[in-house]
Ligand binder design. Sequence first.
Ligand code: NAD
Ligand code: DAU
Length: 350
Amino acid sequence: MKTILITGGAGFIGSHLIRLFVNKYPDYKIVNLDKLTYAGNLENLIDIENAPNYEFVKADIVDADVIFEVFEKYQPDGVIHLAAESHVDRSIANPNEFIFTNIVGTANLLNAARKTWGDNSKGKRFYHVSTDEVYGSLGETGFFLEDTAYDPRSPYSASKASSDHLVRAYGHTFGLPLVVSNCSNNYGSFQFPEKLIPLFINNIRNNKALPVYGKGENIRDWLWVEDHARAIDVIFHKGKNLETYNIGGHNEWTNIDLIKLMCKVMDRKLGRNKGDSEKLITYVKDRAGHDMRYAIDSTKLQKELNWVPSLQFEEGIEKTIDWYLENEDWMNNITSGDYEKYYNEQYTKR
Ligand code: NAD
Ligand code: DAU
């Protein structure tokens, strides 16, 4: 039996990955290591929490001693590292948390893997899950390729870029068997409603203002989260050592077009008059250092490992909206307490 340690498994992408691995690989033992920050929610995993091949460990990757102990105890054959502070706006308000978790936390995992595997790392794999934001911001044309120079422009993307460099350095210097992927914006169920799509679905439902940063002209390349999880599965099992793979949806939307699409779909689903939800659109002060455009070229992954996105965006956004409308309790449980405080601080200043 192989033991796979997945960090950040109680978050948005991590919970989809855990579900996929627990169900698809009954012969693997899946250990989910998560600190359960505001973004970590074990409710995301209720359907598999009692599976015989699943175990949850509450731990902070910033605590080096604890991380060594976890490696010592479980002796993982593979690590898939997703745990991170992930929200750009929070990194602008409080960069330090990002530096500790994303950089120091990643270094702690690398050190623990190195110590545990020693010189005998045959058959082992350290997979670092990263973002396209490390490449910076595109103009009107062009795509991010695996060899695009790094140009991170927010504390979040700078901390992820640092962690990517550290991972690759451990591969080249110490021979740690690694693979890295950089993915575009994900959407789907279980995403914390500080991010554009779930935040706006929740606000439309509750007739609250839709705070569009700047002119809403920034472009993002959206990928269904389950397609990201499938890509991680393929790269983890078939990706080449020391390689990087870009993952994206070939699905670019300006924020304002995407928001108008969500308003239209939700008017229909909520039985509102056409145009009612669009009236909630409110242009607010732009995000500091707001990257203009992200777009991924995922040809390498498609050609070498035969991965393609499975879902068209129009279908995916309908499914996603349906999920949030049907799971009102999930949303209500996390939009209370600390989240409410963050929301008020973030949006009353604007
Ligand atoms: P998320 O914020 O939803 O989840 C992060 C998880 O990490 C949470 O469960 C949280 O509790 C855990 N965590 C945070 N700090 C921790 C710590 N110190 N120790 C242990 N656990 C900790 O994030 P997400 O959107 O699911 O992103 C997961 C990963 O994928 C991140 O590394 C992110 O950079 C990357 N990524 C995200 C996207 C996206 O669109 N969301 C796109 C590309 C890459
Ligand atoms: O590209 C991958 C990245 O995508 C991931 O690495 C990050 O973890 C993830 O959060 C996401 O980053 P973005 O900054 O692109 O996502 P966010 O949902 O915060 O914002 C999407 C776009 O919408 C962005 O241009 C900012 C804008 N926006 C966002 C919010 C929260 C608004 O106009 N209003 C808002 O209230």
